[in-house]
Each structure stands twice: as structure tokens, then as C-alpha cells.
Design a protein around this ligand. Structure first.
Ligand SMILES: N[C@@H](CCC(=O)N[C@@H](CS)C(=O)NCC(=O)O)C(=O)O
Length: 279
């Protein structure tokens, strides 16, 4: 039954309060709340991030590049604790005016190049190092699935995940709306992955690295605890693909970088050297 008791005012006002997980970090304005510079380590690539689905896209790519022997991909990774509001420091805002992790600063250029938005960072690095971004027939597919992921994930995270897992109450209308969309997206992926091993075709690319932390984690139950609710077992091709991505050593390494929760041995708050990830 719809609850029609709320009538929107003529002009919305922020009362400074909010409910539900993440309410304390949401604000209707942008910009820094405090002065603090970002640390800069010894490598050309400086990453400011957290091991969330958007964050690990980048650390997985960096670990994949290093696994290929590309030394220029060495990086320093610093944790930005978004629950503590560290994304609103002046230093972080200079790297990303949108105050969201991940943010990358490439000091190999003069002046240094800032890159924000996880999809842009993946494209920037894959292009810079000439890897995981096809140059031939699969290029169009790779870019298409990469941008598909960037456009689709907010329905999964901001829509489904928020209302199914984080909102203060379970409201049927938004849960129905976003469940419908997420199941449709899973079906899009399943049909694609029934035809080809990887999203771009016959090679593993940044499109898989972008998509796996969201839809792979959804299917394997690492986010939102919604496997049964979404009947994820029926998306057999997505499941096969998620397991193939997860089995890669660089994926195992990358997802531990900037992790500040979970078992102690899986946490690597800062990464400055390959040995920081050696168990
Ligand atoms: N479209 C952005 C989204 C990034 C994003 O939403 N990051 C979240 C963590 S996964 C964040 O930093 N949230 C902090 C906040 O909203 O204040 C990207 O892909 O980089």
C-alpha cells in the first residue's frame, strides 16, 4: 500500500540529518570540509582509494600490469576512509572534485596528471601501458562494456544495494523497481557471456575488471547478501565468468589493497611495494 503522507515542499531544504548507512557522509554541496594534503610516495603513480567495488577495479588493473612485468605501473596506494569523511580533504578534492574514491595522480607527467572516475582511470592506465585494451576488432566491444558498467552500476549500488541492504526500512516500491533493473542487467550479461568467454570477446580486458567487482561480487554473495533473493544461480554464464576472473592471482592481490575491514591478514591499508601483498 502506498504511503502518500509526504508532500514535497516548494523548495527542498537540507536539515543536516539523514537516516541509514552513509547518511553521515552525504551532503548536498561539494568541495573540501578541511585542509589536508595528500601524501606522495616514491612511485610515479599515486592512488588514493579504498577497497570498495569501484576502488578495486584500479588496484586489480595495476596488479595485472605488474604481473605482465610492466615496471612503470608500480604505485603507492593510500587509504581514503570515506566513512570518516577523508574524501572531503582539500588534498583529495584537488585530485577529485567529485569527492569519491578512486583518484589517481600520475607524477610521470609535468605537471602531474589527475584522473578520477574509475572507468577513466582504467582507460588512462590501459592506454598508457598498452595492455588490456584491445587495438583490433574487440576494441569497440571493450569500450562498450566498460561504459555499460559505468552507467549500470549506480542502479545496482545506489538503487538496489541502497534499498535492499542499507535503507532504514524495507520499502517495496524502490526494491521492486531496482530488483527489476538489476535482474535485467544480469540477464544482459548472461546472454553476452553465453557467447564469449570475456566481455570484450576472446580476451580479458578492463571491461571485465570494471564489471567483476560489482556483478561478480553480487553473484558470489560478497555484496548485499542477495544471492537467493535475486536467484543468482540462474545466471550460469555470469557465474562461470565471475569464477574465472576471481581465480586470477592479480585479482586476488588487487582486491586486498586499501582494505581496512575483514580478516587481519587480508588488510593492506597502504601499498608501496609488491612485498606489501606477499602473504
Ligand atoms: N562513478 C564513480 C563512483 C565512485 C564512488 O561512488 N565511490 C564511492 C565508494 S565506492 C565513494 O567514494 N563514496 C564516498 C561518498 O559518496 O562520499 C567511479 O566509478 O569512480
Amino acid at each position: 500500500m502506498a504511503d502518500n503522507s509526504y508532500v514535497p515542499p516548494k523548495v527542498w531544504q537540507w536539515d543536516g540529518e539523514g537516516e541509514g548507512k552513509f547518511a553521515n557522509i552525504n551532503r548536498p554541496v561539494s568541495g573540501p570540509t578541511h585542509d589536508k594534503d595528500m601524501p606522495v610516495g616514491k612511485h610515479p603513480l599515486q592512488l588514493y582509494s579504498l577497497a570498495t567495488p569501484n576502488g578495486i577495479k584500479v588496484t586489480v588493473l595495476l596488479e595485472e600490469l605488474l604481473a605482465l612485468g610492466i615496471e612503470g605501473a608500480e604505485y603507492d596506494a593510500y587509504t581514503i576512509n570515506i566513512m570518516e569523511g577523508e574524501q572531503f580533504s582539500s588534498g583529495f578534492v584537488a585530485a577529485n572534485p567529485n569527492s569519491k574514491i578512486p583518484a589517481l595522480v600520475d607524477h610521470s607527467t609535468n605537471p602531474p596528471t589527475r584522473v578520477f572516475e574509475s572507468g577513466a582511470i582504467l582507460l588512462y592506465l590501459a592506454d598508457k601501458f598498452g595492455a588490456f585494451l584491445p587495438t583490433g576488432a574487440n576494441r569497440g566491444e571493450c569500450l562498450s562494456w566498460l561504459f555499460w558498467q559505468m552507467g549500470s552500476a549506480p542502479y545496482l549500488g545506489g538503487g538496489f544495494g541502497h534499498f535492499y541492504a542499507y535503507a532504514p526500512e524495507k520499502w517495496e516500491y524502490p526494491i521492486n523497481r531496482f530488483t527489476m533493473e538489476v535482474k535485467r542487467q544480469l540477464d544482459v550479461l548472461d546472454k553476452r557471456l553465453a557467447q564469449v568467454p570475456w566481455l570484450a570477446g576472446d580476451e580479458y580486458t578492463i571491461a571485465d575488471m570494471a564489471t567483476w567487482p560489482w556483478y561478480g561480487a553480487l553473484i558470489t554473495g560478497e555484496i548485499y547478501g542477495a544471492q537467493e533473493f535475486l536467484d543468482v544461480k540462474s545466471y550460469t554464464h555470469v557465474l562461470r565468468w565471475a569464477q574465472d576472473v576471481e581465480a586470477r592471482p592479480a585479482v586476488q592481490r588487487g582486491q586486498r589493497v586499501n582494505r581496512i575491514w575483514g580478516p587481519e591478514e587480508e588488510r593492506v591499508p597502504e601499498r608501496h611495494d609488491a612485498s606489501d601483498l606477499d602473504l
